[in-house]
Ligand binder design. Structure first.
Ligand code: 5BU
Length: 269
């Protein structure tokens, strides 16, 4: 495991060059949570209700805004208000993948205007580094300072092609844009792909496919537990159905928070 994984979030908050990553680490310390709730609900009411009830226990709310059947201005107003009320960041799991010129329009404009409200978005480097260049340009030319990107270096589903040289290329591209790429989405820490790491590099690892009681689903999703994800070098745990589909989502999010935080404490001690 890399030396960064053994540092406390408080220390990483002090040292990180990206303002959004500093904010995220500080929030995690403050809320004693590294849980990202994947709030994959399909109506604005259900989404906002879940965010309001679980907001106190999470550091990031991850959305798929295009699965809402009734998306409208109130959706964004509600999410933004809850993000302030409960102090969590918003991560739109948009998985941009097109050429730079197109993703710029998808990020800034359209009906979704994602750049206006999502602190974090993610992307695949299938089309090469131009996609990062384009998203970075939007962030740098905008007047909102807290915006960051995550690169999809691996995926959790069975048979994923994001492995080996693709994962390595994702990391090489991330390292070309350290001001806006705050880290990557991966099933584990990927230090073996990072050659000649410099001391000021600190990429944040977000891990999807986290579930305490299930192994997967019928479409090939594959899970690990909060404890195994943290032991593998993850920093932030993304959980969806394990929390929102539980009989008691508030109890479930507290269980994930405790498991993630205990594993984090064990790692830094
Ligand atoms: P689940 O209900 O915990 O399985 O939801 C997982 C979420 O994470 C869901 O929103 C997916 O779109 C997202 N996801 C994933 O499952 N696997 C990946 O590799 C990536 C995202 Br990237």
């Amino acid at each position: 495991m890399s030396s960064k994984s053994r540092l406390s979030f408080a220390k990483r908050a002090e040292q990180h060059r990206n303002p959004l990553a500093r904010h995220l680490f500080a929030l995690a310390e403050k809320k004693q949570s590294n849980v990202v709730l994947s709030a994959d609900l399909t109506t604005t009411n259900d989404l906002l209700d879940l965010a309001d009830r679980l907001g106190p226990y999470i550091v990031v709310l991850k959305t798929h805004i295009d699965i809402l059947s009734d998306f409208n201005d109130d959706t964004i107003a509600g999410l933004t208000e809850l993000s302030k009320k409960h102090d969590f960041l918003i991560f739109e799991d948009r998985k941009f993948v097109d050429i730079g010129n197109t993703v710029q329009k998808q990020y800034k404009g359209g009906v979704l205007r994602i750049h206006d409200w999502a602190h974090i978005v993610n992307l695949s480097v299938l089309a090469g580094p131009g996609i990062v260049h384009a998203l970075e340009e939007t962030i740098k030319n905008g007047d909102i300072s807290e915006r960051g990107l995550l690169i999809l270096a691996e995926m959790t589903s069975k048979g994923s092609l994001a492995t080996g040289s693709y994962t390595k290329a994702s990391i090489d591209i991330a390292r070309m844009y350290p001001e806006t790429v705050m880290g990557w989405v991966a099933t584990r820490e990927l230090s073996q792909f990072v050659d000649s790491k410099t001391d000021d590099e600190d990429f944040v690892v977000f891990t999807t496919g986290v579930n305490i009681s299930s192994q997967g689903d019928t479409f090939g999703q594959q899970y690990q537990t909060p404890t195994t994800a943290m032991a593998g070098g993850s920093d932030f745990l993304i959980a969806g159905r394990g929390i929102y589909a539980a009989a008691d989502p508030v109890a479930a999010v507290q269980e994930y928070r405790k498991a993630g935080w205990d594993a984090y404490k064990a790692r830094i001690e």
